[in-house]
Design a protein around this ligand. Sequence first.
Ligand code: PLP
Length: 483
Amino acid sequence: MTGQVRGVQLARLLGQWHALPGRRRSPDYAALAGTVRGLLADGRLPLGVRLPAERELAEALRISRTTVTAAYRQLRETGHLASRRGAGSWTMLPGNHRVASTGLWTPLDDREMLDLGVAALAAPPQLLTAARAAVEDLPRYLGGAGYHPTGIIELREAVADAYAARGLPTSADQIMVTSGTQHALDLVLRLALAPGGSVLVESPTYPNALAALAGRRARITTHGLAADGWEPDLLLGSLRQTRPKLAYLIPEFQNPTGHLMPAALRERVVAAAHAVGTDLVIDESFVDLPLDGTELPPPVGVYDRHSRVISIGGMSKPYWGGLRIGWVRASAPQVQRLAAVRVGVDMASPVLDQLVAVHLLADADAIVAERRVQLAVQRDALLGALAQRLPDWRVTVPRGGVTLWAELDGPVSSALARAAEEVGVRLAPGPRFGLDGTMERFLRLPFTLPAADLVEAVGRIAAVRYDLDRTGRQRWREPAVIA
Ligand SMILES: Cc1ncc(COP(=O)(O)O)c(C=O)c1O
C-alpha cells in the first residue's frame, strides 16, 4: 500500500466523470465506478492506495453517499477495490492483471486485449535458434564466476563492430552491456547527473525516460517538437540559455513522433552542447529501423571530439524486449566509471542472455531486413485504416521506428484511451508523453501488432471516438478566448 488519496484529490482526478463516453444513460454510480477504473487503467490512480471514505468522497463530489456506496460496491465486484470493514478500501486490479514497473498495468492472459500501449514487436523466429546456440556456448563461461560488469567480451565486440559499420569507430572497451536501454539510461543518469540536476528533453518524449529523470529529481526543461521535427534555432537557443547539465535526445525515429534528426542539426547540437558544458545522452533505440530505404545520417557520436556524447541503445526494438539487452557507448574511462556504479545496482547482466544477443547480432542483416519489411507493411495498414476510419486525424508518415504520432480532431486523448479500454484496446494517451498533462490532442499509435489487429483496433477506436461525439461535442471544444 502506497498511501491514501483524499476526497478532494480524487474529485480532481475524476474531472468530468459523469460526462464520460458511452455512459450517458448509465446511472451515476456506474459512471463513477467506470471513471475510477479508467484512472487505474491509465496509471493516474496508483494501485494499493486507500480511497477516501464514502462520506468524504460524496462531499467532495457533491453527490449522495448512496451513489458512492454503489460505485464502491461495483468496483469491489469487478475486482478493482478491496475493502476491510473499519480499515477502508484499497485500489487493485482484477486477478488476471499485474502492474508493470512503470505503474502501467499489463494483461497476463487477456488475449482479447489489443495492446497499443506497448511499442515493441513479438520475438523474431530466429530467437529460438539463437537461444539454443547460446546454450551450446555456455560451457565456455561456466568455469568462471560469471560476473562481467561491462559485459562479455564477444558481445561488446559485436556491438562495437556495429557502431564501426555505421561510421563511428568504436573499441570493445567503449561498450558496456546493460539489461536493456532503460537500464543504460538509469546508469548514465546515476553517473552524470547529481540529484536535482538540470536536463533538457524533447517534448513529447519517451515516458520511461521521464520516469528515470524523476528518479534523479531532475529539473527538466523541454524542447517542443514541431510537426516536422526539431526547430534548430529553438533547440540550440534552449541549450545556450538553460545550459543544462545533460540533454536526452532520441534522434532516430523519435519516440513517439517518429522524427529523424538531420545530419546538420546533429553537428550543431554537439557543438552547442560542448560550448555550454552539456553532456548529450543519445538514445538510439530505433536506429536499426529505417523504412522505405530511408538513409540514416551519421551517428551523433561522429561529431563528438570531447566525450560529450554518451550513446545508449539495445536489442528491444529490432529484436525482442524480453531479451533485456542494451548497452552504453562512451569513452573507455566513462565505461569503467559506469561499471563501478553498476556494482551497486545489479553487478552484471546474465551471461546466457548476452550469448543469445551475440548469435542474433551475427545474423543481424537478415533479421533486421525482415523486421523492416514487417514494420512497413504494418505501418501502411495502420495508416490505411486511419485514413478510412478517422480521416480527420492528422498523421505524418514516419520513415522508420515503430510509432506514429497522430493529431486528433480534439483534445480527447485520455478520454479516448479510457473509452477504448472498455472495447478491448489499450492506448497510451498523449499526456503520457509530456510533462504537464498537455498533449491531449495527440495519441501515439505503434505499428508493432500484426496488420489485421491494427485494422481491428482502429475500427474499435473509431467507434468509441464516435461515441465521444454523441455525448456532446461541445464538451471537447477548445476554450473560447476572452479578451
Ligand atoms: C526511446 C526508448 N528508449 C528506451 C526504451 C527502453 O528499451 P529497453 O527495452 O531496451 O529497456 C524504449 C522502449 O520503448 C524506447 O522507446
